[in-house]
Structures are given as C-alpha cells and as structure tokens.
Design a protein around this ligand. Structure first.
Ligand code: ATP
Ligand code: MG
Length: 568
C-alpha cells in the first residue's frame, strides 16, 4: 500500500475524551473512529490488526479441534425465557422487537442459542465431544462504556461452547482450550498471565481469566513469584501477614461517645486508634439469616470468599432497615458485643487482636478495649478479607500484586444450560444425560486496546510484530528525487514479492513529519531511503521498539528485514 492512497488520518493531539494511552493513540493514529458512545468504526489500519488477531485465534481454535460456525446476532426472547436470563440479564442486554412485536435480544453472549442447537443435533454419546466457536459482533449496553475498544457497547468476541459426555471428558476439553488460549496470546506477542477466577457453584480450578499485564488494567492479579500461583482479586486466597497484638494484657471494656461518627476514618481519628486496631462489623443476610461479619478496620470483606467459606448460595449486605432491626442502632454503629440472634463470623486475623475498638450497637457509641472470648464469642473464624500484596501465599512466600486487562475467560459451565434447556444425549446404557458444557470467550477487539496499552511510548504505538498492520514502512525522503523514488519503488516491489507487508510513504511531506507518523502508527521496522544514504549506496533500518538504527547496503535491505522479521 502506498501511504498517499491509504486512509490513515493521524492527529497531532488526542481528542479530549480519551483517558488512557491505548484509547488516545488508537484515535490519534487513525485506527478507530468514534460513531457514538462505545461504538466505533475500525479504520483500515485497525481492521488489519483485527484480522491478524482473528487469524491467530482461528488457527489455534481449529488446531484444538473446535469447529467454527456463525450464529445470528438477533436471538429470540423465547430461548432466554427458557433459562430465566430474559429477566436476569438486566439492562446490559439490548432488546428489540420486530413488526409483529416479537421480542429479540442483540446477542450479548450465545449460551442459549448454542444449547438450542445442541439439543437438536447432539443426540448420542457418539456425537460427543463437540466444541463450537464463532467470531462475531456482540452487544452489551455497558453502564459506563469507556477507553475506546476496551469497554465498548458493540465489540467483537470469539466465543466457544463445548459439550462433553462426562466430567472427565469435559476436563480434557477444558485443558485443550487453556492450551489454545496460551498459544493465542503468546502468538499475539502479548505479555499475559492466566489467573484463577471464581467458578460459581462449580468446584475445582475450572475458571481462568487471561490477563494482559498493564499498569492501567482494571483487574488486580495476586500472584506468587515462587510457586507460580495466580488468581484474580476475588478468587485469591492467602494468609494475612498482620502481626497483631495478641500478647497484650486485656484492658477493661469502655464505652465511648462518638456522636455522628459513622465512618472508619471518623471513628479512628476521634478515638485515636489505627484502622487495624478497630474491628468493622458488617451485617449480611446469608441464605436468609442475619450474620455479623467482622474484619479488621483496614480490610474489606471479600463476598466471594465469604460465600465460599460459609458454603452459602446467597449473600447480600443488609439494608439500613435490617441493620437497625438486628443491631438496634443505625448504620455505622454495629459491633459484636451484645448482639442477639445474629451469628458472628470473624476473619481469622481477629485471633491476633486484643483491646480493639468496635461499634456498641447503640446510636453515637463505640467500645474501646473489646476482647474476643471475654466480651463476645465468634461462631466461626474464616478467611474473609481481600488478600493484598505482602500477604502470605500458602507456600509461605510473600504475594505480589499486578494490574491486568482481561482478554479471555475459560469457564466450565457444567449442566447449568443443558439441564434447563434439555440438551440431553443417550449414553452407552441408553440413559438420557445432560451434556457437560464449557464456555470460552476472547475479547477480540479488546486485544487491540490491550496490546497498545502494553506497547507504547512517548512517540506512539509499538505493535508486537505479529499483529502490526504492516511489518515495515519505507520512508522515502523526498520521493520527488528520481534516485530516491527508483530505489524506494524497487525495494517496495522486492518486499512485496517476498511476502512482506509493507507500506510505502510516498507523500510529499518533510522527513520529520513522515518519521513522526510512522512512529505514531507503530510499524515495527522503518526503512529510510534518502539521497544522502544513496550516495554511499546505503539505507537505514530503524527498529521501532528499541529505536536502534542499522545501516545496510541497498542490495542487502530485503535480506536484513526478513532476518529481523523472523527474529521479531
Ligand atoms: P468484563 O468483566 O470485562 O465486563 P465479562 O466477564 O463481562 O468481562 P465475558 O462475558 O467473559 O466478559 O466475555 C468474554 C470476553 O469479552 C472478556 O474476557 C473480555 O475480553 C471481552 N469483553 C467483555 N465485555 C466487553 C466490552 N464491553 N468491550 C470489549 N470487550 C469485552
Ligand atoms: Mg461484563
């Protein structure tokens, strides 16, 4: 492609609405164009990158034995009513109706549609295993679309759904998908980490998120350098490194007046105690019964852990009315001392605490010097807090934390959809069984944003060579000069003949302007053709990532570039 003929509308400055690097750069470098909030046109350069990512995904999914199909974007409400998700999905699901007032969803995901297909086509254990995937536009009316392609309302996803005859077979399929995902993100040239995620009611390690590592990521990853374990913040376990003050002698319980002080900051400031010398009491309704959950003042309750450790199915924070009913005081003054008919569950770190502050279950009052055992009893101790950096891994090492962008999710679904929708097959004994399902998503367009978030500098984008829109750009300094034009054209032809994807900057612009544009759009290699170099029969190859310049003889340029491209 010749630059003069391409649509690459670069901008000097980023539009003001863009907050993070990838969003700014993709707008500035002409990869995307906003149409409406969370809705973008992929410009020619953006589409080139997308297609490269799609090719990698398709190749690896096929290699893993999955079969591609394409489901419709419109899916009828009847299917969603069968699983109850027509009501449950909420406002994120975009809904439309046809001229006969029949209702449809613009597919936010496709479990219902694929399970409908499976129940009609997969009738016998001989038809299994099956794994179907598609690469398609999805719609989600996100409450806060932001960061360009990162969280859009219309975006491209690769979604796959597997059907197996039993748990063992489903686990083999899960393993294959995990491996395919690892290959996909590696081949995209991304630094990433697979982390354990919540798996709902399915036990075991069968839910992973694939995170591209980037400081601006919205997700927190907790991992251990030593044993390699990694989980997202909700899932992460570990031991509190808090030392506590268990050796202190118990001091007498004392009630303190704390008028209007409802927050941890207000209470600790007034009582002159540190946050870790106070116990927070949160009233939850767990499977219908009130439970007081106690954590250290500087910790937060991890509701996923709470649910898991109590083996509960429903966990809700009590509302103000319920708090008043169970504690006898307005929100902000709940505490464990004197609570009646409310179970008490305490985070394990409380075992190390003596003489702490807590609410007094009375308006405008707190206690000082509360002690476990003497002033109240806990019905259960469990790990309930969000683990953070510096806590201890089960292997004994200190945990680290990192930020990431979720680009993929693998999940064992079990029979959640196959039971409800009767996607059943006849097993070898002639008995009907629901298929064991798995689902596997990749945010295809989000990968573009994540790659830019990971690869950029003050001058622009730095694409991994594997997914760059062009592998090389030839910058002809003064294309009007006959010798420059002749060499640039010859090099362009030779590279094309070798299958190198190359852009020739033939525009009538200054060298500085062209260099800036080439850096902004992030092409991995730039070959500069200028009359000064030609006098010595040489060209210069510039490596975008390292900023290194390599001088090569004119005739050696193609071979050198090919060598660089192979090495990446
Ligand atoms: P998130 O927590 O980021 O909203 P999700 O859990 O809703 O993601 P899934 O339903 O598992 O996502 O979808 C599969 C993949 O699709 C995600 O891993 C993510 O990469 C991508 N994705 C989800 N929502 C969006 C969006 N609004 N814009 C772009 N990509 C998205
Ligand atoms: Mg979401």
């Amino acid at each position: 492609m010749k630059w003069s003929q391409a649509l690459i509308p670069t901008l000097k400055d980023a539009p003001s609405e863009a907050e993070i690097a990838s969003h700014k750069l993709m707008l500035r470098a002409g990869y995307i164009k906003k149409v409406a909030s969370g809705i973008y046109t992929l410009m020619p350069l953006g589409l080139k990158v997308l297609l490269k990512v799609v090719n990698i995904i398709r190749a690896e999914m096929n290699r893993a034995g999955a079969e591609e199909l394409l489901m419709p974007i419109l899916s009828p409400a009847e299917l969603w009513l069968e699983t109850g998700r027509w009501e449950l999905y909420g406002k994120e699901m975009m809904r439309v109706h046809d001229r006969q007032e029949r209702k449809f969803a613009l597919g936010p995901t496709h479990e219902e549609v694929i399970t409908d297909l499976a129940r009609s086509e997969l009738k016998s254990y001989r038809d299994l295993p099956k794994n179907f995937y598609q690469i398609q536009i999805k719609f989600r009316d996100e409450i806060r679309p932001r960061f360009g392609l990162m969280r859009a309302r219309e975006f491209m996803m690769k979604d796959a759904y597997s059907f197996d005859r039993d748990e063992a077979a489903a686990e083999i399929t899960y393993g294959k998908m995990f491996e395919a995902y690892t290959n996909i993100f590696t081949r995209c040239g991304l630094k990433f980490r697979a982390v354990e995620a919540e798996s709902g009611n399915i036990g075991g390690s069968f839910s992973h998120e694939f995170m591209v590592l980037a400081e601006t990521g919205e997700e927190t990853i907790i991992h251990c350098e030593k044993c390699g374990s990694a989980a997202n913040k909700e899932r992460a376990g570990g031991n509190c490194s808090f030392e506590g003050n268990a050796a202190e002698p118990e001091r007498p319980l004392e009630k303190v007046s704390t008028p209007g002080m409802k927050t941890i900051e207000a209470v600790t400031g007034f009582m002159k105690v540190k946050a870790q010398e106070l116990v927070k009491t949160l009233i939850y309704i767990i499977d219908g019964a009130p439970v007081a959950v106690l954590v250290k003042g500087d910790d937060e309750v991890n509701e996923h852990r709470l649910k898991r450790n109590l083996n509960a199915s429903e966990v809700f924070l009590a509302d103000a009315k319920q708090v008043e009913k169970y504690t006898g005081a307005p929100v902000g003054f709940a505490g464990p001392v004197g609570l009646k008919d409310v179970a008490i569950v305490a985070d394990s770190s409380l075992k190390k605490m003596k003489n702490f502050a807590a609410g007094a279950n009375e308006k405008d009052a707190h206690y000082k010097n509360v002690n476990l055992g003497r002033d109240f009893k806990a019905d259960k101790f469990a790990d309930l807090r969000f683990v953070s950096e510096g806590d201890l891994c089960s292997c004994g090492c200190k945990l680290s934390s990192q930020k990431g962008i979720e680009v993929g999710h693998t999940f064992k679904l079990g029979t959640k959809y196959s039971s409800k929708m009767k996607a059943e097959f006849l097993d070898e004994a002639g008995k009907l069984q629901p298929a064991i399902m798995g689902c596997y998503g990749i945010g295809v367009t989000r990968i573009l944003a994540a790659a830019v978030e990971q690869g950029n500098d003050e001058n622009g984008i730095i694409w991994p060579a594997e997914i760059a829109p062009y592998q090389a750009v030839i910058t002809a300094i003064n294309y009007a000069d006959a010798a420059v034009k002749e060499t640039a054209d010859r090099l362009y032809g030779a590279l094309l003949a070798e299958g190198v994807e190359v852009l020739l900057d033939d525009r009538d612009m200054s060298a500085g302007f062209k260099f800036k544009d080439a850096e902004l759009i992030g092409i991995p290699f730039r070959v500069t053709v200028g009359s000064r170099g030609l006098k010595e029969n040489s060209l210069e190859i510039n490596i975008r990532k390292t900023k290194e310049n390599i001088k090569v003889p004119v005739d050696g340029a193609v071979a050198k570039l090919k060598e660089l491209l192979n090495v990446k």
